[in-house]
Design a protein around this ligand. Sequence first.
Ligand SMILES: *[C@@H]1O[C@H](CO)[C@@H](O)[C@H](O)[C@H]1NC(C)=O
Length: 473
Amino acid sequence: MLEWLIFLYLLSMFWLFLMPQTKEGAVLGVGTRKFIVWIALFPSSLVFSLEYNPKICRWLGYVKTSSSRYFSCYSFSTFYLLCCILLFLSFCMFIWLRVLFPTSRHIKYLKLAEEATNSLPSVSSGPHIIRLMSYNAFCRPPGIAGDNGEDFKDERLSLLLKRIGYLDIVCFQELFDAFCNRREAFIEASKLLGFQYECFLPRNCFRIPPRIIDGGVTILSKFPILYTNYIHYRHCVYSTVDSFVGKGCLYARISLTPTCYTQKSSEDYNKNSKKEMRIERAQYLHVFSSHMQAGDRIGYPHESYHARIRIGQLEEMRDFIHWNIVDDDGPVVITGDWNINARTSMENDSDSFWYQDLLERLQDSPSSLYLLQQKRAQYFQDNTIRNLCLKDLLSLSHHGRHPITDGTKCIDYVLFDPRKGNLHGATEGTLKTFIEPFRVTQEEKKMYSLQLPNTLSDHYGVVATFVNDYAAK
Ligand SMILES: *[C@@H]1O[C@H](CO)[C@@H](O)[C@H](O)[C@H]1NC(C)=O
């Protein structure tokens, strides 16, 4: 009986070993194949040696009785139990490997990204243009899908891969990692498109309630991310699923210098920085991205309660931003799906009450001002903490109106404060901030499935272009 179990176990491991996706992947930094050999041989050899080698048994202090073998199914022993546990654990490992680790998804995404690199424009937009997008990708954890039970997450992400190559920085929301490797595969493939740097908002199981699902916020960048930080919001509606999701704000400190300045202009830059200290201390682009409490439907009974929670989250975000930018006066970009409708209503696209409130609060002075001043004094002679002075690039590019980004609402934001940096957000002409709906073409539907939705997500992307005045000169 035991021999048969081990035989079956080894057989399944062998099958796993031969699978193509096993060849490509890695578990905890070890190649998946090596890993499988290890988990296949270790428990079975242990069981075998204990079963058949009296020396090892004696060495372990177990004496063989005349009546039966230690591990025979008819005699119960602690060792037998132990082996069962081991086998069970290995079996779990097997399932885990099978389901979670480099599956065909990685391979499929990589192939698509490779195809996409072939069609990338050969001339990039130039070192002085930086394109940033905020996008709610609508890829919730597995098992959570629309009414029809299938929301084509893989198909939509694959199509997305082909379209983001022209961007430099992408801030995703709802690109979840929980219980699957979708995000991992996506990030790996996007590296082929030039997004060499990434960071994401992790889960945190040690909070009350535990945030067992990660925040779904991910920032991809072609420019180096030098430092990243995050918070999970204290404010949240405990009666909703959101209390288990690590909703919060993610920060990426991005260095534009190495890739952005050409050799000559970087010399200029250094020369200049000796003259002007302020440029030296305004060298990074500070990117923040957040996904806030859901429940923003108009007429929803608890709408105002949820809105108050979001206001709390906004204030947490503002303080978080101030703490992270206290040592550098570079430009700040705040992005994300905040679930706060900037439009008055479906028909009326002028500033809503909540939108005005949002801007006011974000530009208010942070709490713990005194501590911040002390921190700033370590870096600057002048320790005044300046409030954020934000420009809503989307609205400024649309004559002060708020175009729809999600169904009937405008809840995706790209706010910008140039501070003392050299960037400015374009709001006019061809470079102005625009809505990227990511429509699915008829050919794409034919290729994947006719049931594919008309756009890649229920949200549209918001693409902002920044011009680096210094590099442009
Ligand atoms: C749109 O809403 C604003 C208030 O938010 C109001 O002043 C304005 O008259 C409305 N416009 C129309 C066309 O209803």
